[in-house]
Design a protein. Sequence first.
Length: 201
Amino acid sequence: MEEITHLFPVAQKVTEFCRERGWKFCFIGGLALQRWGEPRKTIDVDLTLLTGFGKEEAFVDALLSEFTSRRNDGRDFALRYRVLLLHIGNVGVDIALGALPFEEHTIARSSDYVLNNGFRIPTCSAEDLIIHKAFANRLQDWADIQNVLIKQHGKLDFELILRELTPLVSLKEEPDILNQLERLRKEADRRVLNAKRQSAS
């Protein structure tokens, strides 16, 4: 827990800024993992901000008027690659400029997570965290997914996960992502069953 609590004041500051403007957003990445899986050391705050297509400049300019870019060309970079890279104190903040249906759905499905100081921030659902991490398809992401599958065992909506992830995987042309997710799902089932057997013996 100690490895991530330093991110909470930053998440609170970003949340207050976005809510004052009525923006739709939610946290993903390490803060969501804190809620749904096993906390691990992370140095950045990640969130998706729903900007739509064509209105990104207003969001980016508002954020840059309050926070500092991590790049000299931060504004141009954000508008070109749809991610605004900021830092607040010594914490990096990565803001994805969301516009795709999945990003809109993720924010709509988000819910509040209560930090240790009682402040509430919106995080993506456990299902959407799995989708984000499976799509990223990195070694650490799969380890995080395994932790979520075990911790949230029996509570996950896999129909939703597959419905959202399948078209994203097709877009990326990496079909083995779905196979890897199924392998980890079976492994999580096995581990949970073994744990129950051991506790019963």
